[in-house]
Write a protein that binds this ligand. Structure first.
Ligand code: GLA
Length: 538
């Protein structure tokens, strides 16, 4: 049963992909450039709490000498380990052995090089270093209870530009993430509204984070091991909807130059680039291997990370063990796109990617961003074989931009989504073998806020369309589809789960340009959603 419906769904999806209609793209170029992910160096991976004034200044100097500043890496971030103890007035002191002159001269040195300076705290009482690295001075060094005092010291007196706010102490105290981080942001704003904040809660914290931070960690700590790189990429595959307006999913400090194999370093750096993660170098620059340095300075990969649209690539195809990710670059719905082919498996994986699924047509210039070579093709499929643990990254520039007929559920923005794991029945992206792209969205509905939204459903032509929703039947479900503010309700859905993926079809009016489509139900759970398709009515 399962297989029959899988085949049916796959056939429908393939058919729709290759029948995408060609569109003329408006060349207005009026998009506003957003702040790109930050690039720089961080002390944690190579030095943990064993940092000092000399180490930080020397690494900052090396960033300039080795051409990394010129390549765009502008932040020098001091992580855990600079703390002394608070004095009688609660004022934070610096560690006298590691930073005998305090932190201001360090920030000043970084600024004198034309770079920005970053610092670290914890949302609770105690730092992670006090728990895991035996750094006793980290006890009571967190910002909890000292928010305004620490904000004044770090950003007013010392002049730091960035702060990473960890959560070990917050976790111990069982604090509420949204409440704490909002309160800290408000305290920082009273001193300097331009401070860039990173939320380090080791999981996607919720959509509220966009109002607080320029980036948020999505995973537990990285290590210089292939399994760790693969695990973090896996965590980020379906979070593309949350990287927007200059706010990004943080895949953690880079482990380039710390012992990964060359092809694994390419996967690591390339995926961090195309997924628009902050790029913070994490190795000791006194010993960085030449090959790793060269990779970190790859201009073409950096360009897709720092692209003015600030988008994260999404999974457009997942077949066998491979993933194909794509995103617009330079201009929304233009003819240039960045693409990654990613093989995380331990065996060879062959890729056959219909160019129509990439929404590109005619002759396509395919530029390999690691080999720096371009080929022209007008084949209907891009075909590659990738060895285990490898990836390829491309800039594609086509003659024609096509219109997509298929929208996956896993591309949707879910306003109620978080990855904190604190609630058993909360909205999520879930693997499902029989679904197109092998993913669905489940636990939508039950309140007017809990919907899935696609805000970029682009149509060249205004008019009537047939919208087909692919869903998984379940008892007692309702469905509301909202298109540009107009609602359509469905009650009589299939309820027999053994039937596999089913469809409902509705006739909808769509505008020329971008449309916003929401699926949910304010009254009860909706069925789990696989995808929807759109077809122009005659
Ligand atoms: C946590 C963070 C790390 C690092 C350490 C410092 O583990 O996730 O990135 O900042 O704390 O103790």
């Amino acid at each position: 049963m399962k297989n029959r419906f899988h085949l049916l769904a796959t056939a429908v999806v393939s058919l729709l992909c290759v029948s995408c209609a060609e569109t003329q793209v408006s060349q207005s170029g009026s998009e506003k450039a957003v702040n790109p992910p930050i690039m720089g160096w961080s002390s944690w991976n190579a030095f943990r709490v064993d940092i000092s004034e000399d180490i930080i200044k020397n690494q900052a100097d090396l960033m300039v000498k080795k051409g990394l500043k010129d390549a765009g890496y502008h932040y020098i971030n001091i992580d855990d380990g600079f703390f002394g103890e608070r004095d009688g007035n609660g004022k934070m002191q610096t560690n006298k052995n590691r930073f005998p002159n305090g932190m201001k001269p360090v920030a000043d040195h970084i600024h004198s090089l034309g770079m920005k300076a970053g610092i670290y705290t914890d949302a609770g009482n105690n730092t992670c270093g006090s728990i895991w690295d035996n750094d006793h001075a980290g006890v009571g060094a967190g910002i909890y209870g000292h928010e305004q005092q620490d904000a004044q010291l770090y950003f007013g007196d010392w002049g730091f530009d960035f702060i990473k706010i960890d959560y070990c102490g917050g976790d111990v105290l069982g604090l509420n993430e949204q409440e704490r981080y909002t309160s800290i942001r408000n305290s920082i704003d009273k001193v300097n509204k331009d401070v860039s904040v990173n939320i380090c809660r080791w999981a996607f914290p919720g959509t509220w984070a966009e109002d607080i931070a320029t980036s948020w960690r999505i995973s537990a700590d990285i290590t210089p091991k292939w399994a760790s790189i693969k695990r973090i990429i896996n965590k980020n595959l379906y979070l593309s909807a949350y990287a927007r307006n200059g706010h990004y999913n943080d895949m953690d400090i880079l482990e380039i130059g710390r012992g990964l194999k060359p092809e694994e370093e390419e996967v690591h750096f390339g995926m961090w680039c195309i997924m628009s993660s902050p790029l913070l170098i994490g190795c000791d620059l006194t010993t960085i291997p030449d090959k790793s340095l060269e990779l970190l300075k790859n201009k073409e990969l950096i360009a897709i990370n720092q692209d003015s649209l600030g988008l994260q690539a999404y999974v457009v195809q997942h077949e066998k063990n491979g993933y194909v990710l794509v995103k617009d670059i330079e201009q929304k719905r233009g003819k240039a796109r960045a693409m990654a082919l990613y093989n995380p498996s331990d065996s060879i994986c062959s890729f056959s990617v219909p160019t129509a699924c990439l929404e590109l047509g005619g002759t396509i210039k395919v530029r390999d961003l690691i080999k720096h070579k371009t080929i022209d093709t007008n084949k209907e499929y891009l075909e590659y074989e990738l060895p285990p643990h490898s990836a390829k990254f491309f800039r594609l520039e086509a003659e024609k931009r096509l219109e997509s007929s298929l929208y996956e559920a896993e591309w949707a923005y879910l306003p109620c989504y978080d990855d904190l794991g604190t609630r058993s029945k909360s909205v999520r992206y879930a693997p499902c073998e029989k679904a197109s792209g092998k993913m669905i969205v489940s636990f939508i509905g039950g309140s007017s806020e809990n919907y899935a939204e696609w805000d970029n459903v682009y149509r060249k032509k205004r008019g009537a369309y047939e919208m087909k929703i692919f869903y998984l039947p379940e008892k007692n479900r309702k469905l509301e589809v909202n298109i540009n503010g107009k609602s359509y309700f469905f009650k009589n859905l299939e309820t027999d789960g053994s039937k596999g993926i089913m469809t409902i079809t509705l006739s909808v009016q769509l505008n020329r340009g971008e449309n916003t489509i929401r699926i949910g139900s304010p009254y009860c759970w909706t069925p789990d959603i696989d995808c929807f398709t759109l077809k122009k009515k005659r």
